[in-house]
Write a protein that binds this ligand. Structure first.
Ligand code: FES
Ligand SMILES: [Fe+2]
Length: 439
């Protein structure tokens, strides 16, 4: 039915441009949910969000409300948040501990952590002679078709078939390796709560912005400049410049032409890496203390390899943006064609000294939180893009920058030297999008 209403996707996507309806059509949005978000591997959360048996966290996968729950045997299950009786959501709150079982608030059916039916009040007398018997599989809470955990990061796919999580992530799996390897103990721990921002724009606008190396020195110029002024003032007064200011002033000091020095590497399934790092490996006492702990844990050679990983950002299409060197990630959850939720999480490196966590926290607050001007700068653009795309002022969105200069290498598409501001990541995302939608 839906396919009939969208007869020819090739009319919407060309290699260097896409039609505006891709962002604004409710029919296309429904098709995206069905063929992309409810099919591929979607990030549910980190295993440390549910450390004890019965701990759960609710999460949206496409249009489906889901629950990630830790079972008594230690396994993490991902279940549809729906009671098989009359459809009531089992968990009405965002997170909690359900105790030994889930109990529906409507008629008290109860379920084990793996979704299996546990009890129905007065089952014998109430259901004798009906189609309901205790062993009917339709009396269980349905679970996600597939669940996998990579180094603590839990993903679910609602489709029975498809690539494994590792195949799906491919080389972009480095996002999690880079984050975990930077911990002396080799793993990270979630900071238990996240910022949640609702953007009044299409989900793809957010993802396209993540590896858009052209925008920071324009969109964030005023924020960067203001921070730079204060940073200089503090430096003059105290002789030291606090690293937190540098996180913001870099948006002004890395000027528009310098962003071409960065590089993106584009992978199958729409994933992409932005290489280059904004000089955040300083030689201050906190960093040196961290280096010492890391060298003790890994040895000098491996330590140099780990901290030498040159990644600024990894985009895992269609729902995750990871900044591994600063232990941050943003999960993108489309709520409607013009409404998108982002969850902004950050992590502690297990075994690292506290100041390193404080630095991650500073970046989280200063660059990624809803209260920072950086985020506000972007959010304003996202909303304005969606408004413009909803108008009759034009039909196409252009992704032609540095088109034709990309280099194909080992199954990836790399931007050529001095083409860091290429729109190759957007072209790569739309290529994956069209492949998914064609089914
Ligand atoms: S709807 Fe859940 S027990 Fe009735
Ligand atoms: Fe930005």
């Amino acid at each position: 039915m839906l396919q009939e209403r969208i007869p020819d996707l090739s009319k919407y996507v060309e290699p260097d441009r896409v039609r505006r309806e891709v962002y604004t059509s409710p029919e296309i949005f429904e098709l995206e949910m069905e063929r992309i978000h409810e099919k591929v591997w979607i990030y549910c959360g980190h295993e440390t969000q549910v450390p004890k048996a019965g701990d759960y966290y609710t999460v949206q996968i496409g249009r489906q409300p889901m629950i990630m729950v830790r079972g008594s045997e230690g396994k993490i299950h991902v279940l549809y948040n729906r009671c098989p009786h009359r459809g009531n959501m089992i968990a009405g709150d965002r997170k909690g501990n359900t105790g030994e079982f889930f109990r529906c608030s409507y008629h008290a059916w109860t379920f084990k952590h793996d979704g299996k039916l546990r009890s129905i009040p007065m089952m014998e007398s109430g259901y004798a002679g009906t189609r309901i018997n205790k062993d009917s599989p339709e009396l269980c809470m349905k679970h996600a078709a597939r669940v996998e955990n990579y180094r603590g990061f839990v993903f679910a796919s609602l489709a029975k078939d498809g690539p494994s999580l590792k195949e799906f992530l491919g080389k972009a799996i480095v996002a999690f390796d880079d984050m975990c390897d930077r911990a002396p103990e080799g793993s990270v721990e979630v900071v238990p709560t996240c910022f949640r921002v609702i953007q009044h724009s299409n989900w793809k606008i957010f993802l396209e912005n993540q590896l858009d190396a052209l925008h920071p020195s324009v969109t964030h110029q005023s924020t960067g400049r203001a921070a730079h002024d204060v940073e200089k003032l503090i430096e003059k007064e105290t002789g030291k410049s606090p690293i937190a200011y540098h996180m913001l002033s870099a948006f002004a000091t890395v000027t528009i032409d310098k962003w071409d020095n960065f590089q993106t590497i584009n992978y199958p399934y729409g994933h992409c890496i932005l290489t280059g790092y904004m000089g955040l490996r300083p030689q201050d006492p906190d960093t040196l203390a961290y280096d010492k702990v890391m060298i003790k844990a890994y040895g000098k050679k491996r330590f140099e390899e780990i901290v030498g990983v040159n990644i600024h950002h990894v985009l895992l299409y269609p729902g995750l943006s990871v900044q591994s060197p600063l232990q941050q990630l943003r999960a993108v959850r489309p709520l409607g064609v013009d409404k998108t939720l982002t969850e902004i999480w950050h992590f502690r490196l297990k075994g690292a000294p506290e100041p390193i966590y404080r630095r991650s926290l500073a970046y989280y607050n200063l660059v990624n939180s809803p209260s920072t001007l950086i985020n506000a700068d972007d959010l304003e653009n996202f909303w304005k893009c969606h408004q413009g795309l909803s108008s009759d002022g034009g039909d196409w969105v252009s992704f032609a920058r540095h088109m034709g200069r990309d280099l194909e290498k080992d199954g990836a598409v790399e931007t050529a030297p001095n083409c860091g501001t290429s729109e190759a990541p957007m072209r790569n995302q739309m290529k994956a999008w069209a492949e998914y939608l064609r089914g």
